[in-house]
Design a binder for this molecule. Structure first.
Ligand code: ZN
Length: 658
């Protein structure tokens, strides 16, 4: 543990709130302290209200904010006196607690205060910091965790047995704090949950957190429960394992009732952990802190038997739900974490971003379980306690916050020729509909053309079968499968009449525009067959298919053959629930091929202005890359769910085609 406090950085903070933001972000930067919205912080300030009266305000982290990126708007200002009075009540329901928190704020636009707000209020210190530090839960999640914590901290920390977060925990902490706190007390350890520290200043509270968690780390090191030489397990990569992963994704999606992203993490740590001989014991205890359950579920799937996992989950729900105070509706029974000795760790999410959060949490969970096991045995909370948090309305609200998902959420699309023109526009249109997109192009610029969890750009020569297979494996490892394929890459060589068309030129066009697409379709078929909502292929053809022009024999013939290939695929793949349709664009000028100079020269050749030339069609409208891309995306969507083997012009109306 190292303090990230920097006097210069702190000096730039002009107010207590800014200092509160500064150290909150320092906590957020250390993933061994808090992960993805975990933990919370507060500061108590005296402010004048509109009547000129002094009021004590608790600025506490708002629900949904992340400590790493929190800003002033992320702190909810709640009247402290009222919170202290609430803490005196003998009971307070969750909905009423939230109602009280929200209605006693001084800023209408503030977020909903953390459910731990009352707990922050009862601690008589200006600054309070709370994390779910790995080292703390590694120690508390053992059979004799409490004794170990008391041994490490003596009278510096008040020890709180596990109680679900919310009003009951705040009350218990108030009682224990009043009874047990002494002159040396600087914080509290919440068994199976995390740690609080407090202080008179932002620096004091933060540095106490670092120091106290550091003591837990030292204890683990002293007890040889810190570093482990990972077992020598070598990760295998290849099309066979990619198929295994895609099958797993299909099974999990079916169990979930919606398509999911399954991201494989075949690093040394995950493989060594998944290959442990005691894995079916140590990884079947429960999460490191109950907070994680809404992301990871209580237990990971070990191996690949999704049906058995689903049965186990249903049994867990039925057995515990009858003990709950009110009736609950079962969540989807699909796993979120898979541990497999060959695949390593697979993280499951509704989106690539969600799967990323799951992977981060489980990466830390593996450390916690390994360390607790080395300390004498990992022991998580009983299933009932985990259930209470998993089915707690306030936790569920965090997941619901996302609103209605985009139409391609959890699905994966692969686009060729993606670095420019129509291909690039297709990437945008598919990302905008929530798909995870794999963009392939010969140009290296494809790799960094977009950022974000939903994007993977790979440089790839599609005429090289081995290169493409490698790209396909990378795509499946990152997202879990393939649902949509957009065949866009192609070349359009300059005008050359048949009497002077060289064989090599002809063959080159056929290799890129036709042969490569046959290979892509063949290699992607097995994956698209597993697509949870059915596979979809869109072929970017050309007006030259129905209406060829002179001087483009190789191009027109290649696109016509590709069109015919697509029609045969539609016949052959219908029974695999794969749809394949073609688009025939014409005169799309906002692509790399058409520089202003070329455009001006062509317009002049036909005796038109550039504007006339661009809109030289029946509707007198310009067709852009985006128009083609939007139609491509729609053809993958529900609007075209019952259409296959079709070809559709997108050309503003061409009298020769019509
Ligand atoms: Zn907490």
């Amino acid at each position: 543990m190292h303090s990230l406090w920097n006097d210069a950085g702190a000096a730039a903070c002009g107010s207590e709130i800014e200092r509160r933001i500064y150290t909150s972000r320092l906590l957020g930067q250390d993933k061994s302290l808090v992960l993805h919205g975990g933990g919370n912080t507060s500061v108590k300030l005296t402010e004048q209200n509109i009547l000129g009266e002094d009021e004590q305000i608790l600025y506490v982290k708002g629900s949904g904010w992340d400590l790493e990126t929190i800003a002033a708007a992320g702190f909810a200002p709640v009247r402290l006196e009222h919170l202290k009075k609430l803490a005196q009540l003998s009971e307070l329901s969750d909905p009423e607690m939230v109602n009280q928190l929200v209605t006693h704020q001084t800023r209408a636009t503030a977020p909903v205060p953390s459910v731990e707000a009352i707990l922050h209020a009862i601690l008589p210190y200006p600054y309070v910091d709370h994390t779910h530090a790995d080292a703390i839960v590694s120690i508390t999640n053992t059979a004799d965790g409490e004794a170990r914590i008391r041994e490490i901290y003596g009278d510096t920390m008040v020890v709180i047995p596990y109680v679900m977060p919310g009003f009951d925990l705040a009350r218990l902490c108030a009682a224990r704090f009043a009874a047990d706190a002494g002159p040396n007390t600087i914080g509290m350890v919440l068994l199976n949950h995390g740690i609080f520290t407090f202080g008179q200043s932002a620096k004091e509270s933060y540095e106490r957190m670092i120091a106290q968690v550091g003591r837990a780390e030292e204890y683990l090191k002293r007890n040889k429960a810190w570093d482990f030489a990972p077992a020598a397990v070598t990760a295998a990569h290849g099309i066979e394992l990619a198929s295994v992963q895609a099958r797993l994704r299909a099974d999990i999606s079916k169990a979930a009732g919606f398509p999911v992203i399954v991201a494989r993490h075949a690093n040394d740590k995950s493989l060594a952990f998944a290959s442990r001989t005691d894995i079916s014991t140590i990884a079947q205890q429960g999460p490191a802190t109950p907070d994680h359950v809404i992301r990871t579920k209580r237990l990971p799937l070990i191996g690949r038997d999704v049906a058995a996992y689903v049965e186990g989950y249903k049994k867990y729900f039925i057995e515990i739900e009858v003990q709950a105070k009110e009736r609950k509706t079962m969540l989807d029974p699909a796993p979120r974490v898979v541990l497999d000795s060959e695949l390593g760790l697979c993280a499951v999410g509704k989106s690539a971003q969600d799967a990323g959060i799951v992977a981060d949490i489980y990466d830390h969970t593996m450390d916690i379980i390994s360390r607790a096991t080395a300390l004498g045995g990992y022991r998580a909370l009983p299933a009932k306690d985990i259930f209470d948090v998993e089915y707690w309305d306030l936790e569920q609200a965090k997941l619901r916050k996302g609103g209605k998902p985009l139409p391609f959420t959890g699905e994966v699309a692969l686009v060729t020729g993606a670095a420019s023109g129509i291909g690039k526009a297709c990437v945008e249109s598919l990302l905008a509909r929530g798909a995870a997109v794999v963009a392939l192009d010969l140009a290296a610029s494809v790799v960094s053309m977009k950022s974000g969890a939903n994007f993977l750009g790979l440089q790839c020569d599609l005429t090289d079968e081995a290169q493409f297979k490698q790209a396909l494996v990378q795509a499946v490892e990152k997202f879990g499968g393939l649902d949509m394929l957009v065949l866009n890459a192609g070349i359009f060589p300059g005008g050359c009449r048949i009497d002077s068309l060289k064989t090599e030129e002809w063959q080159k066009v056929m290799r890129i525009n036709l042969d490569a697409n046959l290979m892509l379709m063949r290699e992607c078929h097995a994956f698209m067959k597993l697509a949870p909502c059915g596979g979809r292929v869109v072929v970017i053809g050309s007006k030259n298919v129905p209406a060829p022009g002179p001087g483009a024999a190789a191009y027109s013939a290649s696109k016509a053959a590709l069109n015919q290939l697509a029609r045969v695929a539609a016949l052959e793949w219908g029974s695999d629930n794969i749809r394949i349709n073609s688009l025939h664009p014409n005169a799309v000028f906002d692509t790399g091929l058409w520089t202003p100079e070329v455009l001006a020269a062509r317009a002049k050749h036909y005796g038109m202005s550039v504007e006339e030339y661009k809109t030289n069609n029946v509707l007198k409208t310009e067709v852009t890359s985006r128009d083609v891309a939007e139609l491509t995306a729609e053809m993958c969507g529900p609007l075209f769910a019952k259409t296959t083997g079709a070809w559709l012009p997108v050309d503003g109306g061409n009298d020769r085609v019509i």
